[in-house]
Design a protein. Sequence first.
Length: 131
Amino acid sequence: KFESMNFYIRLHPQEGYNPNQIGIINTLENLNFDDKSVDSSQAVLRYPRVLGVFSTVLFEALEYDKPVGLIAYGGVESHAAFEGVEEFNKIENLERIGQFIHDNSVQEPKVQKGGYYDTFDAEVINNLINK
């Protein structure tokens, strides 16, 4: 259905693919494996939009002003921590994925920088370590 688009799959660090999954992915020309050796907060910069489930990568994408789709169908239920985050575009069916990809009226992030993640403060960390 989305032959003109390229999709990249990135699993959580502890997850892997079984041989059957690798075989299926390799048959789809527009479905690729993302390089897990690149930190997710940097990898997300490569993509104009991010789709996902239960992942901090979704919040990282918001920090970089990326439109974010939260997949919530096909056996994937939304997690309580993600409910009520207005910047997420809830994806509840395959048609909605198409809208998210092609429609410029999707919810754009409106968070202030630092809205979900704070800047690193060495003094705070040193105080925690020295206690």
